[in-house]
Ligand binder design. Structure first.
Ligand code: PMP
Length: 460
């Protein structure tokens, strides 16, 4: 397919004329022209000029199984022929939705045994927001409706999910957050930890939750939502003290704990779910992305027996999406989960690949531009800084150096993202050690080029 498309320049012109890109400065993109990805295999992308690029982001943190798995294609094709669509409203069900719900209940920790299907991560979080309020109303406490989340968390782009998120730039557009959502600070020790030890800082940030609950009144708070490891916020790995304290506080005040596992689910952190790596058990998990390895859209809210039983005894939950439990998406997810399990992909990612990647990734701290290197499983970040000892920020507006470094990576055929002046990775779980070596070589080259640029421009 890659050799019968229009010339790149023509595709770029059409793209600029008609295709509106998410989270993109369209005028800048029109000037540069989009890089057009035409095919992929394993961890490698091919663009319309035939360049081969190492995808260290697994698309958007989602292609956990790697590109080009024929098994997923075959399952989708078979399911489309047999039953391309049927809904799960009005007392009907489908075999793929049933079998996937059963499998997710097996994989999920604790008593998270019940699955509400959605179409994406964002609308899963909208489901969660409505569901926790419905839950408390069903328990006779409708005033328990506030959801607490975190600044610089990311939970999606819909009105509800973007409100739960703590991205101020998103809130500034469209009158967000919606009422009933309040934010506390993130556990980002590198940027905000000052003179505290990471452990003390982790406790301090967790206890902000307790302070906020007491300020609002526990009888007004429905839930706390957070990513086990912040992804879009810059792969912020919390200090080890953080999550146990959050769990304690939620338990003490009877607040539901929602783990947004959209990125951290399905092997990303070396276990099936990020909460297992971070050592806590939520009441609800938000899932998407890796559930199908991104081959087809699907989201899910996986909830505890207690939540299910309460909802079961209440009025019907007046909520649902046309594509909830889409049979093709569920069939693909089931096959994806089978392969992640039976091919040993999640197991190997945790036991073999993650330690190798950690060693290589952390070796980047010997580079003059790199302050801390953080990594958990196969998601990692490095903080770029002009002064490691003081954890200083660059004089240029935040993100200028990160963006430059990202551009060098892309030119060197490595997809690595920047969040502000942090560089982040989240490669497919099937990445090999040899491919990790290439990733690190290209990252180092891009860092060298960034440093040379900063020195030449007198910006460092
Ligand atoms: N939650 C988290 C933690 C995410 O990282 C994302 C997407 N990056 C979302 C929710 C939203 O998912 P989607 O883009 O599928 O709506």
């Amino acid at each position: 397919m890659s050799d019968n498309h229009l010339p790149t320049a023509e595709l770029q012109a059409l793209d600029a004329a008609h295709h509106m890109h998410p989270f993109t400065d369209s005028a800048e993109l029109a000037r540069k022209g989009a890089r057009i990805i035409t095919s992929a295999k394993g961890v490698w992308l091919t663009d319309s000029d035939g360049e081969v690029i190492l995808d260290a982001m697994a698309g958007l943190w989602c292609v956990n199984i790697g590109y080009g798995r024929q098994e997923l294609v075959d399952v989708a094709a078979r399911q489309m022929l047999q039953l391309p669509f049927y809904n799960t409203f009005f007392q009907t069900s489908t075999v793929p939705a049933i079998m996937l719900a059963k499998r997710l209940a097996e994989l999920a920790p604790g008593d998270l045994n019940h699955v509400f299907f959605n179409g994406s991560g964002s609308d899963s979080n909208d489901t969660n927001l409505r569901m926790v309020r419905h839950y408390w109303a069903a328990k006779g406490q409708p005033e328990r409706s506030i959801v607490i989340s975190r600044w610089n968390g990311y939970h999606g782009s819909t009105m509800g999910a973007a409100s739960l998120g703590g991205m101020k730039g998103m809130h500034a557009q469209g009158g967000l957050p919606i009422p009933g959502i309040v934010h506390i600070d993130q556990p980002d020790w590198w940027s905000e930890g000052g003179d505290m030890t990471p452990e003390d800082f982790g406790l301090e940030r967790a206890r902000q939750l307790e302070t906020k609950i007491l300020e609002l009144g526990a009888d007004k708070v429905a839930a706390f939502i957070a990513e086990p490891v912040q992804g879009a916020g810059g792969v912020i790995v919390p200090p080890v003290t953080y999550w146990p304290e959050i769990q304690r506080i939620c338990k003490q005040y009877g607040i539901l704990l929602i783990a947004d596992e959209v990125i951290t689910g399905f092997g990303r952190t070396g276990n099936w779910f990020g909460c297992q790596t971070m050592g806590f058990t939520p009441d609800i998990m938000t899932c998407a992305k890796g559930i199908t390895s991104g081959y087809i859209p699907l989201g899910a809210s996986i909830v505890s027996d207690e939540i299910f039983n309460t909802l079961d005894a209440a009025d019907e939950f007046a909520h649902g999406y046309t594509y909830a439990g889409h049979p093709v998406a569920c069939a693909v997810a089931l096959e994806n989960l089978r392969l992640l399990d039976e091919d040993g992909i999640v197991e190997r990612a945790g036991s073999e690949i993650a330690p190798y990647l950690k060693e290589k990734w952390e070796s980047l701290t010997d580079h003059p531009l790199v302050g801390e290197a953080k990594i958990v499983g196969l998601m990692g970040s490095i903080a770029l800084t002009p002064n490691k000892a003081t954890r200083a920020k660059f004089a240029s507006p935040t993100g200028t150096v990160g963006y430059y470094c990202r551009e060098r990576c892309f030119a060197n055929n490595l997809v690595m993202r920047h969040v502000g002046d942090r560089m982040i990775i989240s490669p497919p779980l099937i990445i090999t050690k040899a491919e990790i070596d290439i990733l690190i070589d290209r990252a180092r080259l891009s860092l060298d080029e960034t440093l040379a640029y900063l020195n030449a421009e007198g910006l460092n």
